[in-house]
Write a protein that binds this ligand. Structure first.
Ligand SMILES: NC(=O)NCCC[C@H](N)C(=O)O
Length: 396
């Protein structure tokens, strides 16, 4: 898979589950949600999103299913138990007893613990007194929930025939790496899938990675992906010969622009929808292999120019959203720029971004609208909620 817009064949989604029921007004900021979602409605919205994709011939894989299947392998099960138990939080005695307990549970139960976490009151009854158990509030988490699993875009990225399992920057998401790692290592469908980026610890998140054209990647660097993460990814894709240029794009370190795909996504082979303020502001370092195993770094230059040059086209078309600044800011916050392309000129977008969608349609882009009032409470749109696994090449 080497573009953002080739006909989408297969995608990994996560239907939100019990992990969302862990969100409270006390923990939602730390868990990276802006409000408390109505879980049943979020599930309905997500089911409708998945149905739109299936209706267009896309195979939808659900993370909970592939996780359960992977955990049926004893090695994956052991890795899952290891990922769940934090001995620094629990202390050695309680960690040992939780480890022994989880080692005996089936794959479905372990998957649920890995996704939804476990509170101290849900820990299996243990013999004897544990200071840790007594001092924690019963509702404290012994195993943290992962409500941001919903945003499968960020935790793994397919580039050509390789998958990069991300190292996520925020503590609330760092355990997602272990789950995706064991899915790709042990699920029969993915076992042996070649990796990109490896087990680097420098943060990369998939929302920052755009496959602009075959061999050309854009990587946002800001709140999530670090300069070191971008450099590691560049070195890895050059070593594997799956890209010739990586455009490294500094983005503002703020919640509204946490990933590059919050301000810019591709809607056609040479077209993007972009937050108007980003249009002039974005710049890019062009990183290429220098032929001696090192990197050549040029720039920074205006992003649109650097992208067109690397893609070998005259210019990258920006869909003129033509919005007044307040509407633009509101619709950017609600992920109007975060579209998922199903094919060149066909995208999924949140229905609430009325003006952005109208402008896209005026530019000839078909917009498949989905509801997202609850899904969007974690600040992510259709692109954030999808990890494409296979796309057809764009026919010429
Ligand atoms: N690619 C994206 O922009 N993903 C959205 C992630 C939202 C999630 N609540 C987070 O803060 O990581």
């Amino acid at each position: 898979m080497d573009t953002e817009v080739g006909p989408l064949r297969s995608v990994l989604l996560h239907r939100p589950g019990n992990e969302l029921k862990r969100l409270t007004p006390r923990n939602n900021d730390q868990l990276l949600f802006d409000s408390i979602p109505w879980v049943d409605r979020a599930q309905e919205e997500h089911d409708a999103f998945a149905d739109v994709l299936r209706g267009r011939g896309v195979e939808v894989l659900l993370l909970a299913d592939v996780l359960r299947t992977a955990l049926a392998d004893p090695r994956a099960h052991a890795a899952g138990v290891h990922a769940a138990v934090d001995h620094r939080r629990l202390g050695e005695a309680l960690a040992d007893s939780l480890r022994s307990h989880l080692s005996t549970v089936d794959a479905v139960t372990l998957a649920e613990v890995l996704m939804s976490g476990m509170t101290f009151e849900e820990l299996p009854a243990a013999e004897g007194a544990s200071l840790v158990r007594r001092m924690h509030h019963p509702h404290d988490f012994a195993v943290d929930p992962l409500p941001n699993l919903l945003f499968t875009r960020d935790s793994s990225v397919w580039i050509a025939d390789r998958v990069a399992v991300s190292s996520l920057a925020m503590p609330a998401r760092s355990r997602e790496t272990a789950l995706l790692d064991l899915v790709y290592a042990y699920h029969p469908r993915f076992r042996g899938a070649p990796r990109a980026y490896g087990a680097h610890s420098a943060p990369i998140e998939g929302g920052d990675v755009l496959l602009l054209a075959p061999g050309v990647l854009a990587v946002g660097v800001g709140e999530r992906t670090s300069p070191a993460g971008a450099e590691s990814l560049a070195r890895s894709v050059f070593a594997d010969d799956i890209a010739h240029t990586v455009l490294v794009v500094p983005i503002e370190q703020s919640r509204a622009t946490m990933h590059l795909d919050t301000v810019c996504t591709m809607v056609g082979r040479d077209a993007v929808v972009m937050y108007p303020l980003a249009r002039e502001a974005l710049r890019a370092y062009s990183v290429r292999p220098d032929g001696d195993g090192e990197l050549r770094v040029d720039g920074p230059a205006p992003f649109l120019d650097a992208a067109a040059e690397a893609m070998g086209i005259d210019r990258l078309r920006v869909i003129d959203t033509g919005l007044d600044p307040v509407t633009a800011e509101r619709e950017q916050w609600d992920d109007g720029n975060n579209t998922l392309a199903l094919a060149p000129g066909v995208v999924v977008g949140y229905e609430r971004n009325v003006e952005t969608n109208e402008r896209l349609e005026e530019a000839g882009i078909e917009v498949l609208r989905i509801a997202g009032s609850e899904l969007g409470s974690g600040r992510g749109g259709p692109r954030c909620m999808s990890c494409p696994i296979a796309r057809d090449p764009i026919s010429t």
